[in-house]
Design a binder for this molecule. Structure first.
Ligand SMILES: Cc1cc2nc3c(=O)[nH]c(=O)nc-3n(C[C@H](O)[C@H](O)[C@H](O)COP(=O)(O)OP(=O)(O)OC[C@H]3O[C@@H](n4cnc5c(N)ncnc54)[C@H](O)[C@@H]3O)c2cc1C
Length: 463
């Protein structure tokens, strides 16, 4: 039986970073993944494919040019499912190659198979042909991620009723897509398909969607997507989904009925812990398959077993998962790793993008912090005119007493890139004066920071 310093189960963002970090600390590392190729949900069914699809849709549909050339403008007249998937395969292959190279350069060994514990110190790995091998390690890092929640009452068929993995094997474009679940994934796909001029209905059981987003920002976003024709059904529970030939009927608990030719069910994900045989190592998962860890060390109840990434729950992002993996590997081998900064950015790659960091206006009010808000619209920037942007909004919140930045909230083109300026100022404890006194490249969308800061400055007490 082979022994390693650390065995990492899962090669998604969390496992990948954990493995590379441990290798850089001079440890022997084995990464096990049951997937056909390494990379995890992030590379094969989540982050990278959905963002590639988005980019393809925006390019082929001529979305960014429509304010100049009219709503009927298209870069490609007839867009098919094949057009959408072509770019996907090229991007994914490239991502996997980079990852394989990274593992090889750092001496990380990879193994394909399904891992499960036989004791707290040993695992067995089942290969494709059912062959079983045993391995042991001083430390384990569980980075097994999540899988789509597929309730029994939803008649998934991979063609008309799909989960968020299956939507990437699309055989045809829908005429009318119903998306169940207005979380990040549901909102992203709903707006991406709407940009292709597919009719979209978005259904959410809760009365609010994207609850963690600043309300004013969300109001802008909601107005924008409704204006584009997305039918939003908030506070509506799905009672049942029936298939009749190639059509689906979605019955809501309030008696309303939605008919469409495709349903994307994107209401929740479950921790992928089912195959791990956790009972053999003394760890328990919750009712959604997730693991509990110490938030600083990422240790589970069993001290030599760590868990990172989506399997430990919020915030379930590739970006945060990578950091958790890196920190867990450092902590596992007593290498100093400072705690991550207080604030991390949230990126929602809808059309338009949303990105946010720090406190929302609602949180600032709840904490009774005296504050002032500054707002800029992208159409107030020269870059916005050049790009023909009709929407786009940036809001910053500043404390009245010491002028420090409290939060940044952006919706519009490039929001997920722009947010990093706000992130740097926020985590370095910067103030309103940074934005007022510094020169920004011109013409840029980043100029919106200065405009928003000056807007707040008009109402702030003198420094
Ligand atoms: C549609 C979609 C869009 C997303 N968009 C974004 C985005 O824009 N930005 C962002 O930051 N995040 C995004 N995410 C979230 C992001 O994909 C996840 O946060 C990230 O993949 C989590 O990484 P992970 O390492 O925890 O696990 P995963 O990436 O889920 O990888 C887990 C791996 O573990 C393997 N595994 C599981 N069990 C076993 C076992 N028993 N034995 C062997 N191998 C096993 C699996 O095969 C898998 O390869 C998106 C997710 C989805 C679904």
């Amino acid at each position: 039986m082979q022994h390693y310093d650390v065995i990492v189960i899962g090669s998604g963002p969390a496992g990948r970073r954990a493995a590379i970090q441990a290798a850089k600390l001079g440890r022997s590392v084995l990464v096990i993944d049951r997937g056909r190729r390494i990379g995890g949900v992030s590379v094969h069914t989540g982050t990278i494919p959905s963002k590639t699809l988005r980019e393809t849709v925006l390019n082929l549909s001529g979305w960014r040019e429509r304010s100049f050339y009219g709503l009927s403008y298209r870069a490609k007249k007839e867009i098919s499912a094949t057009d959408l998937l072509k770019r996907l395969h090229i991007t994914l292959n490239h991502e996997v190659e980079v990852l394989e190279h990274q593992f090889a350069r750092n001496g990380v060994i990879t193994l394909r198979g399904r891992a499960s514990f036989v004791s707290p110190e040993q695992i067995e790995v089942t290969g494709d042909e059912g062959e079983i091998q045993r391995y042991s390690a001083d430390r384990y890092i569980l980075a097994v991620g999540t899988r789509p929640h597929r309730p029994d009452h939803v008649p998934f068929d991979g063609e008309c009723v799909l989960d968020s993995d299956e939507i990437l094997d699309l055989k045809r474009l829908p005429r009318h897509l119903t998306v169940v679940g207005a979380g990040v994934i549901g909102v992203e796909y709903a707006t991406i398909f709407s940009a292709l001029d597919v009719r979209v209905t978005l259904i959410e059981a809760r009365s609010q969607m994207l609850e963690f987003v600043d309300r004013e920002l969300l109001a802008n976003f909601t107005y924008d997507i409704r204006d584009r024709g997305i039918a939003l059904r908030l506070g509506c529970k799905v009672k049942g989904i029936e298939k009749q030939g190639s059509d689906c009927t979605i019955r809501l608990e309030d008696g309303r009925v939605v008919r469409s030719d495709m349903v994307l069910y994107a209401a929740g994900r479950m921790g992928a812990t089912r195959d791990l045989n956790l009972a053999a190592c003394g760890i328990e998962s919750d009712d959604r398959g997730r693991l509990q860890v110490d938030p600083h060390s990422f240790q589970t109840a069993v001290s030599h077993i760590y868990a990172v990434g989506d399997v430990i729950g919020f915030p379930s992002l590739a970006s945060t998962s990578m950091e958790q993996g890196r920190i867990a590997a450092c902590r596992a081998f007593d290498h100093h790793a400072p705690a991550p900064p207080a604030f991390f950015p949230y990126g929602i790659y809808a059309v338009p993008e949303i990105s946010t960091i720090g406190m929302t206006e609602e949180e600032v009010r709840e904490q009774a912090i005296g504050y002032e808000a500054g707002v800029a619209r992208f159409r107030e920037t020269s870059r916005g005119h050049i790009m023909g942007l009709e929407t786009g909004f940036l809001k910053m919140l500043f404390a009245l007493d010491d002028r420090r930045l409290l939060g940044v909230h952006i919706v519009g083109e490039g929001a997920t890139e722009l947010i990093h300026i706000g992130q740097a100022v926020l985590n370095l404890h910067g103030t309103l004066d940074y934005f007022v006194e510094n020169t920004f490249n011109y013409p840029t969308l980043a100029e919106a920071y200065k405009i928003a800061a000056l807007d707040a400055w008009n109402r702030m007490p003198p420094a």
